[in-house]
Every structure is written in structure tokens, then in C-alpha cells.
Write a protein that binds this ligand. Sequence first.
Ligand SMILES: Nc1ncnc2c1ncn2[C@@H]1O[C@H](COP(=O)(O)OP(=O)(O)OP(=O)(O)O)[C@@H](O)[C@H]1O
Ligand SMILES: [Mg+2]
Length: 270
Amino acid sequence: MAAVSASLEVRALSVGYGPVRALRAISVEVPAGAVVAVLGGNGAGKSTLLRAISRTLPFHRGAVSAGTVAFDGRPLDGMSPAQVVAAGVVQVPEGRQVFARMSVADNLRAGALGARGGRKEGAAALARVHELFPVLADRARQRAGLLSGGEQQMLALGRALMARPKLLLLDEPSLGLAPMMAARIAATITEINSRGTSVLLVEQNAALALRLASSAYVLDVGEVALSGPADVLAASDEVRRRYLGVVDETAAADVPRARTEAPALSRWPA
Ligand SMILES: Nc1ncnc2c1ncn2[C@@H]1O[C@H](COP(=O)(O)OP(=O)(O)OP(=O)(O)O)[C@@H](O)[C@H]1O
Ligand SMILES: [Mg+2]
């Protein structure tokens, strides 16, 4: 079988914010067309990884101290954030960051600035965004700050899609959303991916992320603690206990495994 060339390659990347070392020599790959998840608790370095890829670290007073990032074989190191967007890599930042005082339509227009292609491609991208999120067409003239949290996440995704990304970097798209809205966003991510856009998905909602992704990385204080196929990680004891909210089974350690056939999964109360 011919090897598929990895579209995003992060190699031995180290990042610091002044004296704070946020990432230590981490390597991550997103093969062309894949959805790859990055899991990890607060402060693990998930957002830092996305900022390093999108070259937006300086806005947070951070800097890469070692390592490389390449997309489709081209180094992104040294590019400006706008050049990274032009190369096809577009980030949806943590907390949506829509332009609250601007209209929905103007937020989408802003997403198209610096995108590849001309007017025709821009119109097609807008039609596509409206098809995915009809509410953004209905509310085109409304101020973005008046949208609900879920609608703002749709707008943030829509704005990123206006740049016609080859790779989307998503920072906790389900954060703060009701389960129904999180499921809706998840379905949209799958739909976007099915049209050929690769996705690097940062999530604290490990259950959701592992359902969407083909492979995943678990970050722990700036290092890759675990990585592998999403289904293998979802079945691993460590991931189940630490990230999927599975109750500690050590008290029942002498109960043979075969007797605990029903998966001992529990959920946070709704
Ligand atoms: N602008 C900053 N200045 C200084 N330290 C920072 C800054 N941003 C992040 N850090 C530190 O870098 C480390 C990684 O932070 P990061 O925001 O990447 O984590 P995260 O995995 O995205 O966490 P969360 O799930 O809470 O969003 C943490 O120790 C954090 O305190
Ligand atoms: Mg974060």
C-alpha cells in the first residue's frame, strides 16, 4: 500500500510563555483527510499547540523554542498568521471570539479576507456556510453578540470555513454547549470532514472527540502521555478513568473482568 503523506507534521515542538514551559518536544501528525483529536485537562497545552501551528503565539506572549511545523511538506515556521491562513490552515480559537458588535454577515466576510481564490469561490463558500448553518442566513443582519452560545460557535466555524481551509484547527468547539448543541456541532464537523477538510480537534469532552476522530493524542503537562487509534484509546483504562469519567475500579479489582461485561461507564449528571 502506498504511504499517505501526512498533511500536518509537528516535530519535537517546544513552546514557552516567558519562563513557563507549556509544550516539551511534542510530535503530532494529522494525515490528509483525517480527524485527529487532542485531549487533556486544563493547562495541558492544547491551545498552545494550536497557537503554535497558526503562528498566533506572539499574541499571547508565547514563543516556539524548538521543533518544526510543516503543512503539506511546507514549513509554517516563520510565516505570519495570515500566510498560514493562505496556506490553508485556519483556527477556530478557544471561546469562539466572534466580533460581537459586527453583524453576522460581516463576521463571515471577515473570514474570507486573505482567503485563496476570487469572488466566485467566496460566494460558493458563503452558500456552503448557509447550507450548513441556515440560522446564519436568517440572522445575517443581526449583531453577532446577540446570538446564543451555540449559534456563536456556528458563526465561528462558518467564519473559518469562509477561508476555505484544507485543515481546520478547532479549540474546544463543544465547551459550554448543551448536549444537543454539542451533538449538532459534532455532526457538522463530520460533515465538513467528509468534504475533504482535515481537522485537528482539541477537546476536553473526550467521549465526543474520540467518536469523531480516527486517532488521538493525550497531552499531560506539555507532553504526549498517550497516542494511538481513537478506538484503542477509548478502550484504555487510563483514558477511561481520567478522561471518560469511568468510576475507579480498583475496589473491585479482584472481580474477574469477564463478570463486568457491561461497560462501567458513567456520565456526569446532566
Ligand atoms: N498567555 C500565557 N501566558 C503565560 N502562560 C500561559 C499563557 N497561556 C497559557 N499559559 C500556560 O501554558 C500552559 C498550557 O496552557 P494552554 O492554554 O495551552 O492549556 P489548555 O490545555 O488549552 O488548557 P484549557 O483546557 O484550560 O484551555 C499552562 O500552564 C498555562 O498556564
Ligand atoms: Mg485551551
